[in-house]
Design a protein around this ligand. Sequence first.
Ligand code: OAD
Length: 326
Amino acid sequence: MFRKNTLKYLYEDLDELIRQYGSNRIDRFSFLSEIERLKQANEVILEGNEDFAELVENALLEKEYETLEQMAKTAIAKALSPTPSLKVLILSGAGISAESGVRTFRDSDGLWEEFDVMEVCSVEGFNRNPQLVADFYDARRHDLESKYPNRAHEMVARLKRTYPSQIDVLTQNVDDLFERAGCPDVIHLHGTLRDLRCETCQSVFEIGYKSQIGAICPVCHSSQIRHNVVMFGEEAPMYRQLQQSLDECDLFVVIGTSGQVLNVAWYAQWFEESLLNNLDPDENLDPYFKIVYHEKASEAADKIEAYIEKFLNGSPLIKDPETATL
Ligand code: OAD
C-alpha cells in the first residue's frame, strides 16, 4: 500500500519500485502500473510539485528508466539528509514589534514624526544635548516594560530553538521582545535598550526598564554613562556579524523594515531565495525579493515559518505565494 504522507515517502516508494524493477523482481508491466498507482495515491502531493510529476510522467512516456532511477536517487538523498549546511538569515526591523505596541520610526505615526532624528539619534545631537537623548531613551525603556512579544517574535523564537545552528536572528530593534519570546542568541545590530554603556571603561551593564538618571558603572564606578544604542555618525560593531551572516546564509528573510538604514534590497540580490514581509508595498524594495507578503507580521508568521521549514528540509519551495498552499 502506498503512503500518502510526504514527498519523502513518495520518493522512497518510487525508489523501492525502481529497485524491484532493476533487480527483475517485477516486470515492466507491473512496474508501469505500480508507478501509475503511486502517482494516483499521491496526487495531492504531486499537485504542488508539478515539476516532479512532469518529470516522472515524461520519463515514463519515454521509458527513460535510468532518468527515473537517477531522479529517485537524488530525491532520496535530498529527502533523507535535510542538508544541514543550509542557513537562513532572519533580519527584522521595527515593523515586527509594531503589533506589540512599540512605535516604528518612519511610518505615519512613527517616532521620527515626533522627534528630530538628528537631535536624539546622532553624534552631533548627543554632543549638543546629552540630556535630551537620555530622556528619549528613558522614555523608550519605560514604555517597553508594558509591551509583550507577538506571534511573529514567537515564530522566530520557535525556529531558532528548533534549528539553532541553521538560523541567524539579526534585528535592528533595540527592544527585548525576541528574548522575552524565548529566542536565544539574538544579534542586536543597533544596540539594546535595557543596557547602558560606561563611557570611561566601555562596560555594558543592564538596568532593565529603569531610567538612567544616577546610574554608576558597576565596574569602574564612573558616572559617565550613556545609552547602549548606536547613533548616526558612529560605528556599528555588530554590522560585522551582519556581513558574516549575509555571506554564510542561503535564504534571506526580512520582516518589518523600510530598508532606509540597512539596504536590504541590495542584500536580497545576493540570494537565490528571499522573502520580504512589510505592511506596506514599496516599489524600491519589493522587486528585489522572490516572495513578498504585504500584511501584518503576525498574520504572515505561519506562512513565513512554513516557508523556512520547507527550505531547511530541502523541499521544493512554493513559487506563487498567492495560490500555493503550504
Ligand atoms: P522603519 O520605521 O523605517 O520601517 C518600519 C517598516 O515596518 C515599514 O516598512 C512598515 O511597512 C513595516 N511595518 C509596519 N507595521 C508592520 C507590521 N505590523 N508588520 C509588518 N511590517 C510592518 O523601521 P526600521 O526599518 O526598523 O535605528 O528602521 C531602521 C532603523 O532606523 C532603526 O533601527 C533605527 C532607525 O533610525 C537607530 O535608532 C539606530
